[in-house]
Design a protein around this ligand. Structure first.
Ligand code: NAD
Length: 322
């Protein structure tokens, strides 16, 4: 929900994790893979009136479940440690064949480099502070050089100063507001702008961010982060409209509360978890792997007609009235 501290990340190094751990493990998500055909669909059907579904791999008898994200490249921003939602998304897409670039914020370099070694294909590991346009530009230059293009981006960065998440909301400072909105919402625009030229030559792409129900409802202490998530969800819709003609889709997952580093900064967070367990239709909270599976669907070709959407992955909590 929020992140603890900003890091100043220079972009001096491009790290590769120490070799693939090609252990011959079977892809762990055959079902999700079945929804993700081999290639991005064309921006426009070949002939007017033609039903694009006729061209779908199933109709052509392709063995789509084997391919998943094979040949696709993704950029994942927001991995801090093994509990990060972005890490679960990295695992979900990498296990389906994606080659990834992971970015880290300053102090998380060691963690992310170590985690990266567990992915099936050697990822790039790059520093990136999303409040820096220079960092972002360098990341995309490196990705272009190493991958020759990009198919998907995951935006999993968020930050609000700790004090903004305990003081009464009316005490929100101008600086705290600016920082929270810059890092948690504006950065999606900056990343999308950088990604689009790398996606266009590949016939399009998919961009995904992570939001929370605090965008539209009030949760104790979520404060300015709720405002940032509202801006983030509006940003998803405007970007979807802007980039849709290039066949670039932009969506968000609104996840239920999960104990991550970011969530630890919210006072009373365990109370929120307890309410979800008690009242969500599924009577439980969600796991990062469940968000990862939904993300793999939204990033893949199975969701090729979905854009501008905020998909709830919260055990159904959002539908409850009491
Ligand atoms: N954990 C939850 O309950 C929950 C629920 C819904 C949505 N979310 C959202 O999921 C996303 C990921 O959070 P998480 O819960 O996995 O926690 P996390 O702490 O693992 O991830 C937050 C990430 O934001 C990064 N970050 C913060 N400032 C940055 C900056 N200036 N530049 C680059 N990166 C920066 C951190 O390095 C970290 O990797 C966030 O957008 C969060 O709001 C979390």
């Amino acid at each position: 929900m929020l992140e603890g501290r900003r890091g100043s990340a220079g972009l001096a190094t491009v790290r590769r994790a120490a070799g693939p751990t090609a252990t011959g493990k079977a892809p762990r998500r055959a079902i999700a893979a079945a929804t993700v055909p081999r290639r991005a669909s064309p921006a426009v059907p070949a002939r007017p009136g033609e039903n694009a579904a006729d061209d779908a791999p199933a109709a052509r008898g392709c063995d789509s479940h084997v391919t998943g994200f094979t040949g696709k490249h993704g950029l994942i921003v927001g991995v801090a440690n093994k509990r990060s939602i972005a890490w679960a998304i990295a695992q979900a897409t990498a296990s389906l064949g994606a080659r990834l670039a992971l970015t880290y914020q300053g102090r998380f370099e060691e963690h992310v480099t170590e985690l990266a070694q567990g992915l099936p294909a050697t990822p790039l590991v790059l520093p990136c502070d999303v409040s820096s346009d220079e960092d972002i530009a360098r990341v995309f230059a490196t990705v272009q050089q190493e991958f020759g293009g990009l198919d998907f981006v995951v935006h999993g960065a968020a930050f609000a100063p700790r004090e903004e998440l305990s003081a009464p909301f009316s005490q929100t400072t101008r600086d705290g507001f600016r920082l929270a909105l810059d890092i948690s919402a504006y950065s999606l625009i900056a990343l999308s702008r950088g990604a689009a030229p790398l996606m266009e030559p590949r016939g399009g792409g998919s961009i995904l961010t992570l939001s929370y129900l605090g965008s539209t409802r009030v949760f104790p202490n979520y404060n300015v982060m709720g405002v940032a998530k509202a801006a983030l969800e509006a940003t998803v819709r405007y970007l979807a409209a802007d980039l849709g003609p290039k066949n670039i889709r932009v969506n968000a997952i609104s996840a239920g509360p999960i104990k991550t580093l970011a969530a630890a900064g919210i006072s009373g967070f365990s109370g929120i978890l307890g309410v979800y367990r008690e009242r969500a239709p599924l009577r439980r909270t969600v796991e990062t792997s469940e968000v990862g599976d939904t993300a793999a669907f939204l990033l893949g070709d199975g969701a090729r007609a979905i854009t501008g959407e905020v998909v709830m992955v919260d055990g159904g909590y959002h539908i409850t009235g009491m």
